[in-house]
Design a protein around this ligand. Structure first.
Ligand code: FEO
Length: 162
């Protein structure tokens, strides 16, 4: 059985993952509106991944006999800055998610909950990937500066995300 602390934090994590999906969907809407389909497609896929992350916690809590309690999801921002600023936000957001996953892990260690540690290993690795991806696009955007040509190229690269 999950400890109450870990169960509560996993329920909080469902909210955080769904907020991530909401945030990236808001960014996707911004890019759609701004006619950057590659950026929009990347964000839409990112939003879908975040929903999958939430569902992993949803299933795991049930697998361990716990109760899922869904919470209110905060409203994401309605307006955004330049692409470089948006990817700064993405990276900062993912760093916060990483800190949350590490918090969950530390609770599972304190609880001697080996199953939860094993479950959370996937998320620890995923966060390395998430931060790496956000950093890569951010670095490209920094290099691009105000070059519209370079932005078009990045837009094309992001459109290819699987
Ligand atoms: Fe679910 Fe982007 O972390």
């Amino acid at each position: 059985m999950l400890s109450k602390t870990l169960l509560d934090e996993m329920n909080n994590q469902i909210r955080e993952e769904l907020y991530s999906a909401y945030l990236y969907l808001a960014m996707a809407a911004h890019f759609e509106e701004a006619n950057w389909p590659g950026f929009a497609s990347w964000m839409t896929k990112q939003a879908a991944e975040e929903q999958e992350h939430a569902m992993k916690f949803f299933s795991y809590i049930h697998d361990r006999g716990g109760k899922v309690t869904l919470q209110a999801i905060a409203q994401p921002p309605a307006s955004f800055g330049k692409p470089v600023e948006i990817f700064e936000q993405v990276l900062q957001h993912e760093q916060k998610v990483t800190a949350r996953i590490h918090l969950l892990y530390s609770i599972a260690v304190k609880d001697n909950d080996y199953a939860s540690q094993h479950f959370l290993d996937w998320f620890v690795n995923e966060q390395v990937e998430e931060e790496k991806n956000a950093t890569q696009v951010l670095e490209w955007l920094k290099m691009a500066g105000d070059s519209v040509n370079a932005l078009f190229q990045i837009n094309g690269l992001l459109a290819r995300r699987e």
